[in-house]
Design a protein around this ligand. Structure first.
Ligand code: SF4
Length: 680
């Protein structure tokens, strides 16, 4: 009988449990509380993606195979030399939500506590930084109040800026199954584009791009007008209610592009349903006003006390498998491990004391877009990219590739021999991939699960934590003598004890003395625990803040508005999913979703090639004409790389505009011109 290893899917933030075997057997783990045995198309095809074709199996220096000693010696030497000559802020790490928590922890410890810079940011900046900022502003901490079970207990689920059916499919399956047994459960989907999620929803509100603040400000004003606010909860636990409502009243409902009847239907449904979960994702976060959108949503839940209760509260769906784990160990340029703040001297002191480190950065580092801007300006002298492909995935991707090429020394750790970013590296470091490495990940509902190795280590590959720790030792630092991820996890939990005096619910004791090898999926602080139903927020007075949120002035786009996102069957730049033929069969090439009236305007029929252009770049995409698109708006997937389909690399057309609070890029509202390129 095939021996199955209990592990976790490496794709989205749902964090499904997987049973896997070296022969490619893949099953959903019936005992994992995220999926109870379910898997989506991507998870089901994992067994088809574990071959070694295209893998990086040996270190490379200047495009030639090298020993680990030579490669890591060069990384340590170049980083040390840059720091000695130009200072600690002249070096940077750019990491990934694909890293395991242990990898993240060690990389952050090296950069923040030993190098003394906070120039370590992550591609998770692109998926959920606005939610982090929104949580911190409202709650005083980046704490997710809800769990997946709340979706099954709600009477109304509002999905905002989320094509959950494609991007978090198992979570969506849970909702659809709940709907079968609970016919009164309603789903409202708010999205400027009609998607598979809209098809299953009871109501689709075809909102204007970035019209979310006007919508939720309108809802807050409606709550106040109807006397639907929870005065007991507000008086006990909330600051800022009056100001938030007064500012909300200034929003213009017309900015939503929704009819008065649609607005009334939404507001009535929301205020008339006690058990409401508002789940939001990239359509909210990836915006120049993403943090404000998050707070506009949180305001409505706080004003009504609809938070932290069964079936009732806001829930942000994280994009990547370990975006949440990265947040927990300070994996962003503005955070410290265990939900402590880089800006807080007492927090810095606690972490430095715990690490017994020679220094600790006393200022925030460069966030993703700023980090590559600094590369372009020549301010970064040594860059280490781990497990991600910014030359493709960041906005204005062509300029980012030039910026990386401008850095005097670039190291890239990856599982693949050829990536657009790896091709720009001086040193390539072969990392172990999914199925080959051990560690933990945390999903969107704060559940920590094990990824476990079930495959032999290929070639000379090494785990990311091991590579980083080796470089740290070569740079002369102590405190990196780890021999296993279990040791690193134990140190992270022990740091939780040190941090608990600042963050009383950061109770990681459930993990103390845990049998790491047999760790079961576990939520912190306790399995099934919820936050905030009875206050207990993390601002100094224990109250939450409702923020006055002004709706942005929406510019009338003179051309077409470009929305970007994911396909159902692909993950990021298709490093892994691109290997499974059945996944490629779904949508096999880059395409442009366009409304029939817009297609007619540029004289395009189904299958024609469309030239897409703006000041950042250009592309050529196959026209997919559909009434699901909204007139004036087009959609393109973001999976294709320069190497796979240069004319379909859509991030080359996204301006590097970011939310000023979170630094998250606005990847959903580019302005482009369209013209027919060639007939089908
Ligand atoms: Fe993997 Fe996400 Fe699919 Fe679950 S829903 S199997 S975590 S891709």
């Amino acid at each position: 009988m095939t021996e199955l290893t209990r592990t976790t899917c490496p794709y989205c933030g749902v964090g499904c449990g997987v049973l896997a075997a070296p022969d490619g057997t893949i099953q959903g783990d019936p005992d994992h509380p995220a999926n109870f045995g379910r898997l989506c198309s991507k998870g089901s095809a994992l067994g088809e993606t574990i071959d070694l074709e295209g893998r990086l199996l040996t270190p490379m220096v200047d495009n030639a195979p090298a020993s680990w000693d030579t490669a890591l010696g060069q990384v340590a030497e170049k980083f040390s030399a840059a720091i000695d000559t130009y200072g600690s802020d002249s070096v940077a790490f750019y990491v990934s939500g694909q890293l395991l928590t242990e990898d993240y922890y060690v990389a952050n410890k090296l950069m923040k506590g030993y190098i003394g810079s906070a120039n370590i940011d992550t591609n998770s900046r692109l998926c959920m930084a606005s939610s982090v900022a929104g949580h911190k502003r409202a709650f005083g901490s980046d704490t997710v109040p809800q769990t997946y079970e709340d979706l099954e207990e709600a009477d109304l689920i509002v999905l905002v800026g989320s094509n959950l059916a494609w991007c978090h499919p198992v979570l969506f399956q849970r909702i659809i199954e709940a709907k079968k047994t609970r016919p009164n459960l309603r789903i409202i989907n708010i999205d400027p584009r009609r998607t598979a999620t809209s098809e299953f929803s009871d109501m689709h509100l075809n909102i204007a791009p970035d019209g979310d603040i006007a919508l939720f400000n309108g809802l807050l004003a409606h709550i106040a007008d109807q006397g639907a606010q929870n005065n007991v909860y507000i008086n006990a636990y909330i600051n800022g209610y009056e100001d938030a409502v007064a500012t909300a009243r200034l929003s213009n409902p017309a900015d939503t592009d929704l009819s008065p009847a649609e607005l009334e239907a939404f507001y009535t449904a929301w205020t008339g349903t006690e058990k409401v979960v508002t789940l939001y994702s990239q359509g909210v976060n990836q915006s120049s006003c993403g943090s404000d959108k998050v707070n506009a949503i949180l305001n409505c839940h706080l004003a009504t006390g609809r938070i932290g209760k069964p079936g009732c509260g806001p829930l942000s769906a994280t994009g990547q498998p370990n975006a949440m784990g990265g947040r927990e160990v300070g994996g962003l340029a503005n955070m410290l491990a265990n939900h402590l703040d880089l800006d807080n001297a007492a927090h810095r002191d606690a972490v430095q004391t715990f690490w017994n480190s020679p220094t600790i950065s006393d200022h925030q580092g460069l966030k993703a877009v700023d980090l590559f801007d600094a590369c372009a300006r020549g301010e970064i002298k040594a860059l280490w990219v781990m497990s991600t492909n910014p030359a493709v995935s960041l906005p204005d991707a062509n300029r980012v590739a030039e910026a990386i090429a401008n850095v005097p020394f670039v190291a890239v750790s990856d599982i693949m021999a050829r990536t657009d970013t790896g091709d720009l590296a001086d040193v390539l470091l072969p990392a172990t991939g999914w199925g080959e490495k051990d560690g933990t990940v945390t999903n969107s509902e704060r559940r920590i699960s094990r990824q476990r190795a079930f495959l032999p280590t290929p070639g000379q590959c090494r785990p990311d934590w091991d590579i980083v720790a080796d470089v740290a030792r070569r740079m002369g630092f102590s405190g990196f003598d780890y021999t296993s991820p279990a040791e690193i996890f134990a140190e992270y939990i022990a740091l939780g004890d040190a941090a608990q005096r600042f963050h009383r619910d950061l109770d990681l004791s459930v993990f103390a003395d845990v049998d790491y090898a047999n760790l079961l999926p576990t939520q912190w602080p306790r399995n099934g625990a919820r936050f905030f139903a009875e206050g207990g927020f993390y601002h100094a007075d224990g109250k939450a803040k409702m923020l006055p949120i002004s709706a942005p002035k929406l510019s009338q786009n003179p051309q077409f508005s470009l929305n970007t996102g994911r396909n159902r069957d692909q993950w990021h730049t298709m490093t892994r999913t691109g290997k499974a033929p059945r996944l490629g069969a779904h949508l096999a090439e880059p395409y442009l979703e366009i409304h029939p009236s817009d297609a007619a305007q540029i004289d395009v029929v189904e299958g024609d090639l469309v030239a897409v252009e703006n000041t950042c770049g250009d592309g050529i995409l196959r026209a997919l004409i559909t009434p699901r698109a909204t007139p004036g708006q087009v959609f393109a997937p973001m999976h294709w790389t320069r190497q796979k389909a240069p004319s379909g690399m859509i991030n080359s057309l996204i301006r590097p505009e970011v939310d000023p609070v979170s630094g998250q890029p606005a990847s959903k509202t580019g302005a482009v011109e369209l013209r027919k390129f060639a007939a089908a």
